[in-house]
Design a protein around this ligand. Structure first.
Ligand SMILES: [Zn+2]
Ligand SMILES: [Zn+2]
Length: 601
């Protein structure tokens, strides 16, 4: 329970203490069943805990049941968690070696000097583990829990080291909360965006380019709709779009600080006589644009948006689909402004977040991330900067809480969160006023009195990365996108082959009006075509038969089951054009709700 332990600010958290304690109990149970077990890391994580074990054989589902039963025995026995001893490092290493715990030895050897000369051990019952503390009083206080599954995990995530067996578990205060969580897990499996991406022909992943999606025509249509909306939101607010190169020489990253602080996450390439990196962020290059001419106070604020491709060197072993990719595109925004404009720009950023999320039905919430333990600048500056952000949040009325110590080392920030249909919380945008980069790049503008002043850079992306956002909304709606986002908005279903010509003219009318429509021209029964369109989650079907063709009409049928007959084509098109332009949640909101409610019962 060491390096992976939750950050200190959460150590006091009751749920974290419970999950951390559950990990100890699981380790005790495993050691009881397999005395030769070698223990790895065993932290509390979001919603639960895990522990890595080196075991004589692969675990089976029956083993998990037994381990869980042993944990329940410990729970019933009400064993106290006690701080059993502190040992000088060398003694701790000797004892762990004697006990045949090489991974724990490595953990002790790698602890930073700042952790002090001794290491602590905790005990419950006869099981003792290396630990920093943060437990329940006794095993009896563990609430409702369940072991979930096992997975292979390389020691320290390093594929050259041994593969351990990781057991995941979850623990909650009440049985009801546990049941709710288990429902969410099941529901999330059904909604898995990797599965839906393939079924709905949106995107796929291929081993030839790990951790990077291949967008199919339908996936790209979805992406474009998102991008158009992001552009529209910014264009109306005085942004100008820029585009900056991917391959950038190392000298720029040295100036920006990425070379020292972020190099492990960068793809570094040999570029003839130079060393270059594929960019993980856009800001340093936008700064080069800023610096191409002298700027005056009248030029500010300058607002840039940038949809360039970014590269981050993620390990490819992680199969997280769109949630963790090595090549990503953000709806990235940078504002160069005067210090006296920062308040207005934060106001604008919050307003844009709200505006851009509205058509998704997402209600953003904020966390104000304050000064971390390690920071630069004076305490006074921090207080002022933090108070400013707090004022903006209060003024905006966005629900917010404080994330103590969550700021970066040079500035506080506002993190924006949304909750999806499964009640999962996603961190989305981060809004940050940056005084650091302008200084590193010696940016300036000519002030009203003829002197030079330093601008501030405000960074934010509202979707975050398009890839991750597409993953989130695909699962949120189970692929049933609202009309404005649906890759195919209307599927035209001719009843018989003799209606194909009329179907083509309906498609043309929809296409001319800027809508995305296809004709199902297979010689199949109408019912089958309707069912297929339904399965593809296409929001609107337009059935056309003899009477429709004669009258210049269609018989619309929605994904939700609502249908009508003989609607004039012009009226049908005009209605869809209006709904598409207003980006309303149609025909989707009601359906998602019903689905969730029924499943929850
Ligand atoms: Zn512990
Ligand atoms: Zn930036």
């Amino acid at each position: 329970m060491d390096a992976d332990e939750l950050p200190p600010e959460q150590a006091g958290d009751h749920l974290a203490a419970m999950r951390h304690s559950a990990a100890h109990m699981m380790a005790a149970a495993v050691v009881e069943l397999f005395p030769e077990t070698r223990l790895g890391f065993g932290p509390a994580i979001k919603d639960g805990f895990y522990y890595d074990f080196d075991l004589p054989r692969p675990l089976t589902p029956a083993d998990l049941e037994q381990i869980e039963a042993k944990m329940r025995e410990q729970q019933a026995a009400a064993l106290a968690f006690e701080h059993s001893k502190d040992l000088p490092r060398a003694e701790a290493v000797a004892e762990l070696e004697a006990k045949g715990q090489p991974f724990k030895v490595e953990i002790v050897n790698d602890l930073p000097e700042s952790d002090g000369p001794t290491v602590s051990f905790y005990r419950h019952g006869s099981f003792e583990d290396l630990c920093r503390g943060g437990h329940l009083g006794s095993t009896k206080e563990l609430g409702a829990f369940k072991l979930l599954n096992t997975a292979g995990a390389y020691w320290r995530g390093d594929e050259t080291r041994p593969m351990l067996q990781r057991i995941y578990g979850t623990a909650w205060d009440t049985q009801e909360e546990l049941d709710q969580h288990l429902w969410r897990i099941e529901e999330a499996k059904k909604r898995d965006h990797r599965k839906l991406g393939r079924e709905l022909d949106l995107f796929t992943f291929h081993p030839e380019s790990p951790a990077a999606p291949f967008l199919h025509p339908r996936g790209m249509a979805l992406w474009r709709s998102l991008e158009d909306w992001s552009r529209e939101v910014r264009r109306e607010s005085g942004f100008s779009e820029v585009r900056t190169p991917s391959l950038v020489r190392k000298e720029l990253w040295e100036t920006s600080g990425h070379w020292n602080n972020y190099q492990d996450n960068m793809f570094v390439l040999d570029d003839y006589d130079h060393v270059s990196g594929l960019k993980p962020m856009n800001c340093p290059e936008e700064i080069l644009i800023y610096r191409t001419r002298s700027r005056s106070y009248r030029d500010l604020p300058m607002r840039f948006n940038d949809y360039s491709v970014l590269f981050r060197k993620e390990r490819t072993g992680v199969l997280a689909g769109m949630f963790r990719v090595r090549q990503l595109t953000q709806d990235d925004s940078h504002v160069f402004c005067r210090d006296d404009q920062v308040d207005d720009e934060i106001r604008l950023a919050l307003a844009l977040v709200r505006k851009q999320y509205a058509p998704f039905g997402f209600e953003p919430r904020a966390k104000l991330a304050t000064r971390p333990d390690k920071y630069v600048g004076s305490e006074e500056d921090w207080e002022r900067a933090t108070a400013r952000l707090r004022e903006r949040l209060d003024e905006d009325g966005m629900p917010s809480e404080v994330d103590p110590g969550g700021g970066t080392f040079y500035a506080p920030k506002i993190d924006i969160y949304i909750e999806d249909a499964l009640g999962r919380e996603w961190q989305m945008a981060t809004i940050q006023a940056d005084y650091q980069l302008p200084q590193r790049f010696d940016l300036e503008y000519r002030s009203a009195d003829g002197g030079f002043e330093r601008p501030v850079v405000i960074h934010y992306a509202i979707y975050g990365s398009f890839e991750r956002f597409i993953g989130i909304i695909t699962e949120h709606w189970t692929g049933a996108f609202p009309l404005w986002l649906a890759p195919v908005q209307v599927m035209i279903v001719p009843i018989a082959d003799r209606h194909l010509d009329y179907a083509a003219s309906v498609r043309q009318a929809l296409t001319d009006a800027g809508l995305r429509a296809e004709v199902d021209d297979r010689s199949e029964r109408m019912q089958l075509k309707v069912r297929d369109a339904q399965e593809q989650k296409i929001p609107v079907m337009a059935v056309v038969g003899d009477r429709d063709a004669e009258a210049g009409a269609v018989s619309p049928r929605l994904r939700t089951g609502d249908s009508s007959q003989g609607v004039a084509l012009s009226e049908f098109v005009a209605d869809l054009v209006a709904r598409n332009a207003s980006r309303e949640l149609w025909p989707v909101a009601a359906e998602t709700k019903t689905e969730t409610e029924t499943e929850a019962e």
